[in-house]
Write a protein of this length. Structure first.
Length: 158
């Protein structure tokens, strides 16, 4: 899968896979953008992590890492250009996350979409409890397979 650095353009596709799946939160953050449909990112694995240079006692955040045999559930949003600055700020772009363009799979086929990926190298981290609930709500909002998320979260978040 080809990845390149990109910027959002009018009516651009955005792939959400973490906290931004939470429709009410995303609507508050990006009021001019629209949720479209569930989607999948093939060849990437969802993980909870921090940059390696971060203190290990901080809670982790969702990111994706390349993995040929993996697939990450998420959702396609139509991102209005006026919403990009707020989304960049929320994602701590460009300090914590980079913007990249990837190919995602929807029921209508393959599409190019922008997403945020945490800067490497990474260390594993546990998410905060409130963040876990945000992730779960996002998965419910798009009827995504909860077992995919729970497998990443591991024990202790039932």
């Amino acid at each position: 899968m080809r990845r390149t650095t990109t910027s959002a353009t009018p009516d651009s596709n955005y792939f959400a896979y973490g906290a931004n799946l939470h429709v009410a939160q995303m609507k508050s953050l990006c009021p001019k953008s629209t949720p479209v449909c569930p989607a999948r990112l093939v060849g990437y694995r969802l993980t909870i992590a921090l940059p390696e240079a971060s203190p290990g006692n901080q809670p982790g955040w969702a990111t994706v890492t390349p993995d040929k045999g993996a697939e990450t559930p998420g959702a396609l949003f139509r991102l209005h250009p006026a919403d990009l600055p707020a989304l960049d700020h929320f994602e701590d772009y460009p300090s914590l996350y980079t913007r990249e363009e990837v190919e995602i799979l929807t029921d209508d086929g393959l599409l190019q979409a922008m997403l945020y990926i945490m800067r490497h190298p990474l260390q594993s981290a546990r998410p905060a409890a409130h963040y876990v609930e945000t992730l779960r709500q996002g998965y419910r909002d798009f009827d995504l397979p909860m077992e995919a998320l729970e497998g990443v979260l591991g024990e202790g978040f039932s």
